[in-house]
Write a protein that binds this ligand. Sequence first.
Ligand code: ADP
Length: 297
Amino acid sequence: MSLLEVKNLSYTYGTNTAFEKKAVKNVSLKIEKGEFIGVIGHTGSGKSTFIQMLNGLIKPTSGQVLLDGADIWENPKKIRNVRFRVGMVFQYPEYQLFEETVEKDIAYGPKNMKLNDDEIGKRVTDAARFADLKPQLLKKSPFELSGGEKRRAAIAGVIAMDPEILILDEPTAGLDPKGRDVLLTQIATYHKAKGNTVILVSHSMEDISKIADRILVMNKGDMFAFDTTKNIFSKGEEIEKIGLQIPQITKIMIELSKSGYDVPTDVYSVEQAVMEILKLRKNGSAASALKINKEAE
Ligand code: ADP
């Protein structure tokens, strides 16, 4: 049984009004424990609506969300527990910091879970460590922190609830390239260390390709594709056709392949590309060596 399964999931805003909008259309998929899933698509493709259904923030218009095989809406009174199990980091989460100190902010979730003080303390320390927040920052007001620190403090608040599934909606939005890399590395480290499932929404294929095991591509409310990162990039041109940017390095490989070079097109990291191009050179030199030898004969 999968940790999370969605069956024929749909969501319509403003049903039977002039503003009716089918935001998510009949999506079915399964996500396993420990997977790192990337969700990508244009603005308005249904990403936020989709993830908000996963932790019961909004109720599907039709279809089901199954957590460990049980429909999360089976008992609406228990939906709070689902939100503890499926943690959600919203876009610009730092706007939700409100306590006097960073420590209290991070402890807010665990307190709501009615954990004892020892456990709460431990959760706060662990979460702050994952978010790379120095202990001396914990006593400060969240408003004294830098932009990046605030973002990480807000993420720590969700991590402190130790969710089985952590969902992050555009966690790097608005950060500079360095801040983006640092945060992505931290999320990857958290995922490795905890072995929990992570679902990361981004509009950057470049970012997602670096860390996701599988990628869900949303297009106009439909599930355009859901596959391993490698398979998604083997369809690089189809992805570009729906107007999504693929990594520059994948484009180079596609162009090389079109020009007749024998290279794979499902390449999305510079390291992989270098390996493939070096192979080409080796084969190329082997071929020319063969030719020279033949000519000498
Ligand atoms: P994404 O996260 O990919 O940008 P959203 O899930 O936010 O996409 O939006 C999907 C579609 O639903 C868009 O057309 C958007 O305009 C519409 N939508 C989103 N939220 C609302 C809302 N609260 N009321 C009406 N329409 C909405």
